[in-house]
Ligand binder design. Structure first.
Ligand SMILES: *Cc1c(COP(=O)(O)O)cnc(C)c1O
Ligand code: SF4
Length: 353
């Protein structure tokens, strides 16, 4: 038998039994437009007999991706408007996002950068990277650099180390944050050399781990996360709210608990962006808010992410979770986790003067 490898072509998906042969022509059309990759770790998790398998739906292409609605765009969060140097997005004053590599270990079917990621241009050229670093050097307000992509942990430890060292040499840059799916989908890549490359004296490395379903925490993924945590790298999570995958309180609560059990602090629950061909994954904002309410009652405070929407047009992320405070000119009322409303009447009313 051949060593397991990443599946990249619809014909391979048919051959491996992940999709039926009659879907092949439609999937060839999907694959011509959006990159496909499913790692052995993920293939091993998929139950091909289950049409609604929450792992398969995240990674196996679907003819539904060929349907694009007028509100969807190739740049749903407005990266282009704030691109200050090739691959460098400066949307907020104190941090920049660096699209360090354009490839990923897997291609998520709901990816918000799906028109920009794929094997056609693997990473920033050395010149583009140097230009981005020059921009960061000349902007003393930049405190944090977010390495994204694509998936920055697909790069070699040597390239990551060079980036981290270059950032460590810039006095005003204190934090480098890596957004990645690698520990979950290609845990064997989290080697000692990779872990060591993520921080250097002068810059603190953080890792934001992307996972959307508790079943993604395989023994190998848990071990990869533990290698990062044991090295003292602070870990946070990010999850995309996905219809039929994690949009029920039971699954979402279990996912957040699993992060915490693995020393990953839940950070963001992203509302689905208006990326092309992803309508079948999107929920309503009201549904997301109801889930957040359910989480508040159901699981520990450690397990609460912030529910955010990246405002279309490049305006940045806004928290869109439910509010528990209702203020009228006469009174303030606060809601408890069961939905009970309570007047809040402190003895001392502070008056603005
Ligand atoms: C999401 C994002 C960030 C990071 O935002 P945080 O709220 O700090 O996690 C930074 N820059 C860009 C361009 C982003 O899209
Ligand atoms: S790993 Fe991230 S960038 Fe890559 S396809 Fe998935 S969501 Fe998109």
């Amino acid at each position: 038998m051949n060593a397991p490898r990443t599946l990249r072509y619809p014909a391979e998906l048919v051959e491996s039994g992940l999709v039926s042969a009659e879907k092949l022509p439609a999937l060839e059309d999907v694959a011509a437009r959006y990159a496909v990759a499913i790692t052995p770790e993920i293939v091993g998790l998929i139950d091909p007999a289950d049409d609604a398998d929450p792992i398969a739906r995240q990674y196996v292409p679907d003819p539904a991706e060929l349907r694009t609605t007028p509100d969807e765009t190739g740049d749903p969060i407005g990266d282009k408007i704030h691109e200050v140097s090739e691959g460098l997005i400066h949307r907020y004053p104190d941090r920049v996002l660096l699209k360090f590599v354009h490839v990923c270990a897997v291609y998520c079917r709901f990816c918000f950068r799906r028109e920009m990621v794929g094997p056609q241009a693997p990473h920033l050229t050395p010149q583009a990277l140097e230009n981005a670093l020059d921009y960061i050097r000349s902007h003393p307000d930049i405190w944090e650099v977010i390495a994204s992509g694509g998936d920055p942990l697909v790069a070699s430890p040597r390239r990551i180390s060079e980036l981290v060292q270059a950032l460590a040499d810039i006095d005003h840059v204190k934090v480098v944050r890596f957004h990645t799916r690698v520990p979950m989908v290609a845990p064997e890549r989290v080697t000692d050399a990779l872990v060591a490359s993520l921080a250097a004296p002068g810059v603190t490395g953080w890792v934001a781990i992307h996972a959307n379903h508790p079943r993604e925490f395989t023994p190998a993924a848990r071990a990869a996360i533990a290698r990062l945590a044991d090295a003292g790298i602070p870990l946070v999570s990010q999850t995309v709210l996905l219809a039929g995958i994690n949009d029920d309180a039971e699954t979402l609560g279990q996912l957040m608990r699993t992060f915490v059990e693995n020393r990953v602090k839940p950070y963001y629950l992203h509302h689905g962006d208006l990326a092309p061909g992803t309508g079948h994954f999107r929920t309503s904002l009201a549904a997301g808010q109801n889930l957040m309410r359910a989480l508040r009652g159901r699981v520990s405070g450690l397990c609460q992410p912030t529910y955010v929407l990246d405002i279309p047009g490049g305006h940045g992320k806004a928290p869109v979770g439910p509010s528990y405070v209702e203020t009228t000119p006469e009174a303030v009322s606060v809601e408890d986790y069961r939905g009970g409303k309570h007047p809040y009447r402190p003895d001392k009313i502070r008056t603005e003067s």
